[in-house]
Design a binder for this molecule. Sequence first.
Ligand SMILES: Nc1ncnc2c1ncn2[C@@H]1O[C@H](COP(=O)(O)OP(=O)(O)OP(=O)(O)O)[C@@H](O)[C@H]1O
Ligand SMILES: [Mg+2]
Length: 288
Amino acid sequence: MPEPSRLWGEDLTLAYDQSVVSRDLQITIPDNSFTVIVGPNACGKSTLLRALSRMLKPSTGAVHLDGRLIGSYPSKEVARRLGLLPQSSIAPDGITVADLVARGRYPHQKFLKQWSRADEKVINEAMEATGVLDLAGRMVDELSGGQRQRVWLAMVLAQQTPLLLLDEPTTYLDIAHQMDVLDLCAELHHDRAYTLVAVLHDLNHACRYATHLIAMKDGRVAAEGDPADIVTEELVEEVFGMPVRVIPDPETGTPLVVPVDRGGRIARRAGAGGAQWGAAEGEEARSA
Ligand SMILES: Nc1ncnc2c1ncn2[C@@H]1O[C@H](COP(=O)(O)OP(=O)(O)OP(=O)(O)O)[C@@H](O)[C@H]1O
Ligand SMILES: [Mg+2]
């Protein structure tokens, strides 16, 4: 049977001690996709990324990377093939931005031949791409949350792996920096044929950027595919337990998920702004 992709998992049971998060999970990351994983808090997104990056050993089942069991590679070899940005990381005490980003080169360094011009260039490019070059000499623990997040991303980029797993890469970032990071990911995917897997909480960002969307609930895949095909009001309600409207994004035409104004208070305060979508019409019909 041909391998479904570079990175896939079969029959995965993922658990912490006796506490099972996912059971019988089948997951295939399509090659050269920008895959986005969405789902409620605690549904198992980070746990899945940990399993796909060998940080967590499945209780049953197996993860395959480039045609082999991921557990069969030396760890440095996994790090040359695949990079992970964890949801939260703690920097070593007293380390500068440039030194932390430089740690991304570790999997590429050979015994005795520690450091090269090429490494230096990659580190600078990674810092430039995430907008932290001017922070290079600063201490990581003195940065703002958003600055620090971009430094960690630079470190993963410096690893130069064409397969990247990013757990909430846009948390702590203001809207402009969120778009910068997502555009950078889209560029890596589009121009350099990277395969990206990102966990995002913003469904509208997910719909805009994902070439393949995976919606998770309670440790399982509730739906997956092209966002335009799967993101419906029913799916969002099923996965998040919240009523929404789905309309075309006026900028991109991708699905735009708009929470329903439960109770109608906001529309009333704003001067019946909901009328154009029919909420107020319904009310008129009832009162007529
Ligand atoms: N190290 C751990 N030890 C024990 N239980 C854990 C551990 N990490 C996560 N869990 C539990 O596993 C479940 C799934 O957690 P996970 O971090 O995968 O969720 P998530 O979907 O990434 O959520 P979020 O959106 O909040 O990041 C949760 O119930 C969580 O409490
Ligand atoms: Mg998480």
